[in-house]
Design a binder for this molecule. Structure first.
Ligand code: ASP
Length: 567
C-alpha cells in the first residue's frame, strides 16, 4: 500500500494513528539528533520527523519520492498556515520510491526558474502550487460551464477538428493527407459551420468546450491552440443571446469568484469608437471622449478650427508629483495631442503655451468644468487617427495612474459592428466578424451598393478592455449568404467548391439562429487577475508557437515526407 492518507489531510484528531504516506521531498532540515522533512503531494504538505539513526541510512535529496510509515504526533511549534500544521509524523520506516536529480528550478510557490526553463520541464512546474491551483480552477470553471449550459437545455456535441480549408479570418494550419494524394485537411479555427449545421439539423441549443487552431503569432493573451466555449441557439434574436449569456457570465463570476456583477451596459460599435476610440473599451475608469468641434467653431479657435475632429478627456483629481507627471507626458508625447494641467494652486500649465494662449486654455477649462487638480488631454486631426490616438492615451493614463484594478470587473456588450471592412492590401472586402454574420435588417438595402456602411447583428463581450466573447446572428437566407461571399471576392465557382454543401443546406428549412464563443483561457486569466494565459494551460506553447518540452514543431524524416506526398 502506498498510502493510508494523503499529505494534506492529517490533523489533530488523527494524533496517535499509525499511517503510511507517499510524497516528494519539499524541504529538509537536519538538526543533529533529529531531522525534519516536509513531503508534498497533490493535496498538501506534511512534516515528518526522523531520528538520526533512521535517516543516516539514506541519502535523501529534494524531490525524492518517498514512502514512509509512522505515527501521527502533536507538533511542538505549530504552523497555522497549513491544514496539517498541528501534527507531524514520527517516522519508523522509510522507502525510497524514486530518486530525483537536482531540479532545474525550485519547486516552490515563488520559483527562481524563468519561463523558458519552466516550459521545458513543465511537469515540474505543475508540481508547484500556483500552476496546480490554476489547473484546478480551470477544471472547476469548465464544470460550472457544463452544468449551467446543460441545465439550460444546451447539448454538448463534438465537431470535427480535421476539416476542409475555409477562409474564416485567420490563417489555418493544414494537414497533408496520406491516403488522398496531394490533398489537405485544415485544423478547425472554430466549429462555426458545424454548429450552424447542427441548428439546421434541428438541435435547439449546442455548446462545446473546444480546442481551436489558428496559425497566428502567439502572444501573452493568444495561443495558436486555444479553447473556446462555443455556443449556438436556434430561433433567437440579438437580445435573446445577450440576455442569456449575460446571466451565464454572471453565474460564473458568482460561482468562481463570489462576485455579483452589475448589469452589462450595451453600446454600439460606433459609440464605442466615438467615446473610447476602440472597439474593446475598458470602462473600469471613466474618461470618455468629449467632442470639441462645436466649441472650437463657436469660439473661433484658429488652427484647431481647420481640424476634422477635436476631442478631449478629463482626468479628474490627478494629484501626482512633478516627476510622475513629466514621465506621463513623455510617454504620450505626440504632435497631435496637447495637455492642460490645472494645478491645485490654480495655476494653469499647458504643453504648448506659445501656441494656445491663456484665454484659449481657459475656454477648455470652463468647457470641461475642470477644477484644480484636473488634467485635460486634447487630440486633433483626421477622425479615425485622432480617436485611436486618444484611445491609446486614455489607456496609458490609466496604467500610469494605476486605475486598472484587477479585482474590479466591468463587462459591457459592444454591438452592431460593421459587417465588412475594406482591405487595402488585397483590394477587397473582409468580414469584420466572419462571413456568416447577418446584416442588420434595416441595413440590408445597402448590401448591393454600400456594403461598407452595413452594420451587422453582431456583439462582443468586453471585460476590462479584453474581448472575452464574440458572436452574431447568422445569415439564414441563401441569397444574402451568396451576396456576402461575392463581396468577399469569391467567384461563383469558389463559393460552390468551398461552401457548396453549406449553401445547399439553406434549401432545407434553415431556422434563424445565432451564437457566441468565449475564450476560456482568457476568461480564467481575467478572473484570476493574471496577465499570461500560459499560466492556465497545462502544456502551453511559447510565444513563438513552440512546445519547448517536446520541441514541436520539428522536421520530418524523408520517408515520412514521402509517405505524405510532400517530396
Ligand atoms: N466562431 C466565432 C469565433 O470563433 C464565434 C461565433 O460567431 O460564434 O470567433
Amino acid at each position: 500500500m502506498y498510502r493510508t492518507h494523503n499529505c494534506g489531510e492529517l490533523c489533530k484528531k488523527d494524533i496517535g494513528k499509525e499511517v503510511v504516506l507517499s510524497g516528494w521531498i519539499q524541504k529538509k532540515r537536519n538538526l543533529g539528533s533529529l531531522c525534519f522533512i516536509d513531503i508534498r503531494d497533490y493535496f498538501g504538505i506534511t512534516q515528518l520527523i526522523f531520528s538520526k539513526n533512521l535517516i543516516e541510512k539514506f541519502f535523501l535529496g529534494k524531490e525524492f519520492l518517498i514512502k514512509i510509515q509512522g505515527k501521527v504526533v502533536e507538533r511542538i511549534s505549530k504552523n497555522n498556515n497549513i491544514p496539517t500544521g498541528e501534527i507531524e509524523i514520527s517516522v519508523s520506516q522509510i522507502e525510497i520510491l524514486n530518486s530525483s536529480l537536482p531540479t532545474p528550478f525550485t519547486i516552490e510557490n515563488q520559483t527562481d526558474g524563468n519561463e523558458e526553463i519552466r516550459m521545458k520541464y513543465r511537469y515540474l512546474d505543475i508540481r508547484r502550487n500556483p500552476i496546480k491551483n490554476n489547473l484546478i480552477i480551470r477544471h472547476n470553471l469548465a464544470l460550472e460551464i457544463r452544468n449551467f449550459l446543460s441545465q439550460n437545455g444546451f447539448l454538448e456535441i463534438e465537431t470535427p477538428v480535421l476539416i476542409n480549408y475555409t477562409p474564416e479570418g485567420a490563417r489555418s494550419f493544414v494537414v497533408p493527407s496520406r491516403t488522398h494524394v496531394g490533398k489537405f485537411y485544415a485544423l478547425a479555427q472554430s466549429p462555426q459551420l458545424f454548429k450552424q449545421l447542427l441548428m439546421i439539423g434541428g438541435i435547439d441549443k449546442y455548446f462545446q468546450i473546444v480546442k481551436c487552431f489558428r496559425d497566428e503569432d502567439a502572444r501573452s493573451d493568444r495561443q495558436i491552440e486555444f479553447t473556446q466555449i462555443d455556443c449556438e441557439m436556434s430561433f433567437v434574436e440579438v437580445d435573446d443571446v445577450l440576455i442569456f449569456f449575460e446571466n451565464f457570465i454572471k453565474h460564473l463570476f458568482r460561482r468562481i469568484k463570489n462576485i455579483q456583477l452589475e448589469s452589462f451596459p450595451c453600446i454600439s460599435y460606433s459609440d464605442a469608437m466615438k467615446m473610447y476610440g476602440t472597439d474593446s473599451p475598458d470602462i473600469r475608469f471613466g474618461m470618455p471622449f468629449i467632442e470639441l468641434n462645436n466649441l472650437v467653431q463657436k469660439k473661433n479657435i484658429s488652427f484647431l478650427k481647420e481640424q476634422e475632429l477635436i476631442i478631449g478627456i478629463k482626468v479628474p483629481k490627478c494629484h501626482k508629483n512633478h516627476d510622475q507627471m513629466n514621465s506621463l507626458f513623455k510617454k504620450i508625447e505626440n504632435p497631435n495631442i496637447f495637455w492642460i494641467q490645472y494645478l491645485s494652486n490654480k495655476t494653469l500649465l499647458s504643453s504648448n503655451p506659445d501656441f494656445f494662449s491663456e484665454e484659449i486654455i481657459t475656454i477648455f477649462i470652463n468647457h470641461f468644468q475642470a477644477v484644480p487638480g484636473d488634467l485635460l488631454f486634447i487630440s486633433y486631426g483626421k477622425r479615425k487617427n485622432t480617436r485611436k490616438t486618444l484611445g491609446k492615451v486614455r489607456l496609458e493614463i490609466a496604467n500610469h495612474l494605476n486605475l486598472k484594478n484587477s479585482k474590479i470587473f466591468k463587462p459591457l456588450w459592444v454591438t452592431d459592428l460593421p459587417l465588412l471592412e475594406w482591405d487595402e492590401r488585397s483590394k477587397r472586402y473582409k468580414s469584420v466578424h466572419h462571413p456568416f454574420t447577418s446584416p442588420k435588417k434595416e441595413d440590408i438595402h445597402l448590401l448591393e451598393k454600400y456594403p461598407e456602411n452595413i452594420r451587422s447583428q453582431s456583439y462582443d463581450l468586453i471585460i476590462n478592455g479584453i474581448e472575452i466573447g464574440s458572436g452574431s446572428i447568422r445569415i439564414h437566407n441563401q441569397n444574402i449568404q451568396n451576396l456576402i461571399f461575392k463581396h468577399l471576392g469569391l467567384s461563383a465557382k469558389e463559393i460552390e467548391s468551398e461552401f457548396g454543401f453549406f449553401i445547399k443546406s439553406f434549401e432545407y428549412g434553415t431556422p434563424p439562429h445565432g451564437g457566441i464563443a468565449f475564450g476560456l483561457d482568457r476568461l480564467i486569466n481575467l478572473l484570476e487577475g493574471n496577465d499570461d494565459i500560459k499560466n492556465f494551460i497545462a502544456f502551453p506553447k511559447s510565444n513563438y508557437g513552440e512546445d519547448l518540452m517536446t520541441k514541436a514543431p520539428s522536421f520530418l524524416k524523408k520517408e515520412k515526407l514521402k509517405e505524405l506526398h510532400l517530396r
